[in-house]
Design a protein around this ligand. Structure first.
Ligand SMILES: [Zn+2]
Length: 488
């Protein structure tokens, strides 16, 4: 048994003003063959999972390149083609293989490629031949295109949002691929298109939790091998954007198709009930004070670097400064210039600083304030499940009772360590604002008196009905009144 594994991912917000080139991958995460660390990252977990199984089962593992860029705007054509050809060249050199697996986020869009993952897998298939098992792991915020599903034998998505199960799903992918290669199972896939840009839910919320538990209970019995719910990523103007359900059955395509449609209809019936209500910035202090304990955590989910936007929005800084009596903290804002100034001033230094609001017209005004530098770090590293995430050089500054954490690498605020590693005691804060959509939830729920989501208005974009799409297949909800018109 010979197994090849590689990883290539990013999440492309086609509306974001941040171009992605090869150096963006090299800065965020780039590991040539054999150089991947022992800990997994969000989209490279199949490499770690395959290593563990290779040691246990004794098969031959050939590792290819693993690369990830922090979510941002369109990927340059040369960057995608270069990384793709690097990996496909490694695959060709590894032949013959029985299994080829890829860790892919699944929402990468490059100049000239609206479905990078479909392109990669369709090119991998003739290399490995018709009988090898081709499989991929995806983030649930992916574009589950028919092209990529058809090219692969196994497509498995994260089930949890926050994505706490990226390693578990990778282990499942490796296990199913080995069973398929041994001809113990014959995976067949069916995809149901919900024709909706929405359809997402948070599994930290009761409605989403119940739906995922229902899905999990269907797997591993009655010929159903795997069920994936694709929430889609509507910050991308590509034809196959949207919510889809994928079922993999053992040899029975009709059974897979029937279950995919049943679950797709159930998902549509959930509507927005799996997403908690959002608080307006002006209501944050009153909302926080309605809870007895501390801290009350608010997620600035539309200025989340994990969704491809800059993460330097200052709207909530301005709001918190209106309430100097309320001890608060906010982070992590992407502001390399401010970090450089703070590092020059050093811990304990005082300076006038312009903070945030530099990247988009809807990121708020920059805040100009006299600050005290509380702490600086050469590399602020925090955990996210089994992975470690870096903000690069970072600084914490204080304006009265407000502490602000600033970083130089765009990434979302997954865990309280983003504050505590710079000496900020969150138990003394009434309000904590984090730049994250929902991944913060798993770690912050352990210290928060309550958690709320914020609507600061952008720049993500929050409301698909206010976006001009030109490439999305129509009809689709909520852009069209009857998304099924002409499809029945
Ligand atoms: Zn995601």
């Amino acid at each position: 048994m010979r197994l090849f594994v590689a990883a290539l991912g990013t999440e492309t917000n086609t509306f974001a003003p941040l171009p992605v080139d090869r150096s963006a991958f090299e800065r965020a995460f780039y590991a040539p063959p054999g150089r991947h660390p022992e800990t997994p990252t969000l989209t490279t977990a199949p490499i770690v999972a395959a290593r563990v199984r290779a040691r246990r089962d004794g098969f031959t593992l050939i590792e290819g390149t693993a690369a990830w860029a922090e979510p941002a705007g369109l990927v340059a054509r040369g960057a995608y083609e270069g990384l793709r050809d690097e990996i496909l060249g490694q695959l060709s050199a590894a032949m013959p293989v029985d299994v080829a697996l890829f860790g892919l986020h699944g929402a990468m869009v490059a100049d000239g490629y609206e479905d990078c993952e479909g392109d990669l897998l369709a090119r991998a298939r003739p290399i490995v031949g018709p009988n090898a098992i081709l499989g991929a792991e995806y983030d649930l915020h992916c574009h589950l295109t028919p092209k990529r599903v058809a090219a692969a034998n196994l497509s498995i998505l994260f089930k949890e949002f926050p994505h706490t199960d990226f390693l578990a799903r990778a282990e499942e992918l490796v296990d199913l691929a080995l069973r398929a290669a041994r001809r113990e199972i014959r995976p067949v896939s069916a995809l149901f298109d919900c024709r909706s840009l929405g359809g997402g839910y948070m599994t930290s919320h009761p409605t989403g939790r119940a739906f995922v538990e229902r899905v999990r209970a269907l797997e591993g019995r009655d010929g159903i091998l795997s069920v994936s719910i694709g929430h889609g990523f509507y910050a991308a103007d590509v034809p196959e954007v949207g919510c889809k359900v994928l079922v993999i059955a053992d040899g029975d395509k009709a059974k897979a198709a029937a279950l995919a449609e049943t679950l797709g209809r159930e998902l549509l019936a959930l509507g927005r009930s799996g997403i908690p209500p959002h608080v307006e910035p002006a209501d944050v202090i009153a909302t926080a004070c309605s809870h007895a304990g501390s801290p009350v955590v608010f997620a600035d989910r539309w200025d989340n670097p994990g969704g491809g936007v800059p993460g330097d929005g200052a709207i909530m800084i301005e709001e918190l400064l209106r309430h100097p009596d309320v001890p608060s903290a906010i982070g992590v804002l992407w502001d390399p210039i401010a970090v450089e100034f703070c590092r020059s001033a050093g811990a304990g230094g005082h300076l006038w600083l312009r903070i945030g609001g530099k990247s988009t017209p809807v990121s708020g005004r920059p805040v100009d304030a006299h600050v005290v530098v509380r702490a600086v770090s050469d590399d602020l590293v925090i955990p996210f499940e089994q992975s470690l995430v870096s903000f690069g050089p970072a600084a914490a500054v204080s304006i009265g009772g407000l502490d602000i954490v600033l970083g130089t690498k765009r990434t979302q605020t997954f865990a309280p360590e983003a504050f505590t590693r710079l000496g900020i005691d969150l138990s003394r804060k009434k309000v904590v604002v984090v730049k994250s959509s929902n991944h913060f939830h798993a770690a912050f729920s352990k210290i928060a008196a309550a958690i709320h989501h914020l609507d600061t208005g952008g720049p993500f974009p929050p409301d698909p009905t206010r976006v001009t799409y030109t490439r999305v297949r129509r009809p689709i909800a909520p852009l069209d009144a009857d998304p099924w018109a002409g499809t029945r």
